[in-house]
Design a protein around this ligand. Structure first.
Ligand code: ADP
Ligand code: 5GP
Length: 195
């Protein structure tokens, strides 16, 4: 019997202020590169309608989550709006050891913590061409009310400043023209996963 050998897959971390186009670009990437797997986080938030355990999140009780924190099972975790969210190390390790690459969607602050657990992770910062354009996109998405848009714009300023001064991103992609940015990101990711 011989065992199939492969190099460990890569850990790709994508950060962007909300509305910059990360979801759009990541969908394009996963369609065009085989062997990319989205990371699944754990949370204590109750599932929303249609959400499945092990598909959208690993849903846990507070006690289970705290036990996992104690046992160092998370690469990073955060309390967000009263619920815990974390990135399970085991899921990442099982993906990369099966020759697949893992796509992590982590905010700029979470990325900083994540780097301590996985310093080999490769960071991609997706930025809007301007703050005016970011605001336009948040409005055009039609998912948030005025107050939420205002909060997201304020957060975007803080996140971009943090990413540029304290973040470690190997690549920065300006999402100006969607086709150009998609292809640019695709080429960069291909180089990383094949390199
Ligand atoms: P994020 O996941 O970063 O919050 P989305 O992918 O949801 O952002 O994109 C926000 C909005 O902007 C969506 O309506 C999307 O269709 C649009 N969008 C994304 N990229 C571009 C682009 N390059 N040019 C114009 N609109 C874009
Ligand atoms: P939602 O409940 O809407 O799915 O997510 C709420 C927030 O939790 C989002 O801002 C999302 O980015 C964040 N989040 C989701 N998974 C994780 C994770 O694994 N770690 C951290 N730090 N935040 C997460």
């Amino acid at each position: 019997m011989h065992q199939m050998k492969c190099k460990n897959g890569k850990i790709l971390v994508f950060s962007a202020p909300s509305g910059a186009g990360k979801t759009t670009l990541l969908n394009y990437l996963t369609k065009n590169i085989p062997n990319l797997v989205y990371s699944i986080s754990a949370t204590t938030r109750p599932p929303r309608e249609g959400e499945e355990n092990g598909v959208h999140y690993f849903f846990m009780t507070q006690q289970e989550f705290k036990d996992n924190i104690r046992d160092n099972k998370f690469a990073e975790w955060e309390l967000v709006h009263g619920n815990y969210y974390g990135t399970p190390r085991e899921f990442i390790d099982s993906v990369i050891s099966s020759c697949k690459h893992i796509v992590m969607d982590i905010d700029v602050f979470g990325k900083k913590k994540f780097d301590q657990a996985y310093p080999e992770a490769v960071g991609f910062l997706i930025v809007p061409p301007s703050m005016e354009e970011l605001e336009k996109r948040l409005r055009s998405r039609n998912t948030d009310d005025e107050r939420v848009i205002c909060t997201r714009m304020k957060n975007a300023v803080k996140e971009l400043a943090f990413a540029r001064t304290q973040g470690r991103y190997e690549f920065q992609v300006v999402n100006d023209d969607l086709i150009r940015a998609s292809n640019h990101l695709l080429e960069l990711v291909k180089k990383v996963v094949n390199g």
